[in-house]
Design a protein around this ligand. Structure first.
Ligand SMILES: Cc1cc2nc3c(=O)[nH]c(=O)nc-3n(C[C@H](O)[C@H](O)[C@H](O)COP(=O)(O)OP(=O)(O)OC[C@H]3O[C@@H](n4cnc5c(N)ncnc54)[C@H](O)[C@@H]3O)c2cc1C
Length: 402
């Protein structure tokens, strides 16, 4: 019998523990510093848990070594993950963009089936216990935990990253691995709201609209995305924003967000604005975009283009129409940065993947040490890709090199 210690009872740690427990030779002990397993999992997907994405492939992941995720995703990809969860009795549904959710629409369904499986597999749970130190001891490992030490033959570090601090995001994993020779990269909040100059978002708080986004540095486009945009008290949020947030986090100062609110070219939009002026000459300019855009957004664009909202449309000259069209097709918001780790869904950066064998997730430096999930320098796009990495890497690490 050999003892396998898993540090971290989140998505990747639960998967690693279940996998290790499939081998009857293993006694598996799962440490979780919070009072219960999977707290972050419960908050995922706005409480619905977007557990994977049918498009999961290496191109959706980021980190210093782009190809690192490939073996884990190939060994246990979306199909295997869905088979695994269906085998535990979880029903799932695929929604827009390949996002997969539990049919129940409740994240606790995912956690519950994992808990049942852990109990069934005989995994020993040590919840409410932080592992504070991890060091070599003979051919194995000594873990110093709140409830007492444990001697283990193999260790899987699944402590996650520091995103979502209120849900348990901590830097413990980096600290535990550092004395063993595993350094980390710089860390940035990703899948996070962008902070903008305050005046416009405040007026638009609560507005949701489709938009095409470009992250600008000077006249260079650093990244682009399309989809739902949400204005908040302090900036912009929503899936399209999350898709750019990694580049915004790492892109330095002086960035701007260029927003295109209508899928039209300038000539087509000018044509529509001229038609409106002819059809409703006495209408107030503040209503010029009514029917095309959210009303509050339309009025903000009128103001931003320097037109007087109270004047009739017939008073708009061609120059004013051109300014209105330009505002709707290329409105720019200077960025003040991103929200912090407390508000981020994922950590960009982590323990350097060069220190781990991508085929097994075992340390190249010390045998019997494995790592999986977000603690590693891997982060995925918005849409279920991060949990897929947790499942795939947890599965691979849990095999313990076999
Ligand atoms: C609000 C929010 C929504 C999200 N929504 C989605 C989504 O819908 N789809 C998606 O794919 N991804 C989503 N994510 C990202 C996803 O949740 C994470 O990428 C994923 O949970 C990472 O899994 P993990 O096992 O590596 O880490 P975690 O799930 O963070 O688990 C790590 C666990 O280790 C424990 N731990 C840490 N240190 C110690 C220690 N020293 N001793 C014992 N235990 C320790 C922690 O308490 C934690 O429970 C979301 C994240 C957040 C914050």
């Amino acid at each position: 019998m050999r003892t396998v210690a898993v540090i971290g009872g989140g998505a990747s740690g639960m998967m690693a523990a279940l996998t290790a427990a499939e081998d009857a030779e293993n006694r598996v002990v799962l440490f979780e510093r919070q009072q219960r397993l999977g707290r972050k999992l419960l908050a995922t997907g706005n409480g619905r848990c977007n557990l994977t994405n049918t498009a999961a492939a290496p191109a959706h992941y980021h980190g210093a070594e782009a190809a690192f995720v490939r073996p884990a995703l190939e060994a246990f990809g979306v199909e295997e993950t869905l088979d695994f969860f269906h085998g535990l009795g979880l029903l799932t549904v695929e929604e827009y963009g390949g996002r997969v959710y539990p049919l129940s629409n409740a994240a606790n369904s995912v956690l519950d089936v994992l808990r049942f499986a852990l109990a069934e597999a005989g995994v020993e749970l040590r919840c409410g216990e932080s592992v504070r130190e991890l060091k070599r001891s003979g051919a194995g490992w000594m873990l110093a935990a709140d409830g007492g030490a444990l001697q283990a033959d193999a260790v899987i570090v699944a402590c996650g990253g520091c995103a979502g601090a209120k849900l348990g995001g901590v830097s413990d994993g980096y600290e535990l691995l550092k004395p063993l020779g595993h350094k980390r990269t710089a860390l940035y909040p990703a899948l996070v709201q962008l902070l903008t100059a305050p005046e416009y978002p405040r007026a638009l708080k609560g507005v949701r609209c489709p938009a095409a986004l470009a992250l600008m540095s000077g006249e260079t486009v650093l990244a682009g995305s399309e989809g739902e945009l949400q204005f908040t008290e302090t900036g912009v949020s929503g899936p399209a924003v999350f898709d750019l947030s990694r580049a915004a986090s790492t892109g330095g100062a002086g960035l701007r967000l260029r927003l295109r609110f209508l899928p039209l070219d300038e000539g087509a939009l000018l044509g529509l604005l001229r038609e409106r002026r002819e059809r409703f000459p006495d209408l107030e300019t503040g209503e010029v975009f009514t029917g095309m855009l959210h009303n509050r957004l339309g009025r903000m664009l009128v103001k931003a283009s320097g037109c007087e909202a109270g004047k009739p449309l017939r008073a708009l000259d061609e120059g004013a129409l051109a300014r209105l069209a330009a505002a709707a097709l290329g409105f720019e918001l200077p960025l003040r940065g991103t929200e912090d780790f407390d508000h981020a869904q994922v950590t960009a950066g982590g323990v350097r993947t060069a220190g781990f064998n991508p085929e097994t997730l075992e340390s190249w430096f010390v045998p019997g040490l494995f790592a999986c999930g977000e603690v590693l320098d891997v982060d995925g796009d918005c849409g279920g890709f991060n949990l897929q990495w947790a499942w795939s890497s947890g599965r691979l690490a849990g095999r313990l090199g076999r």
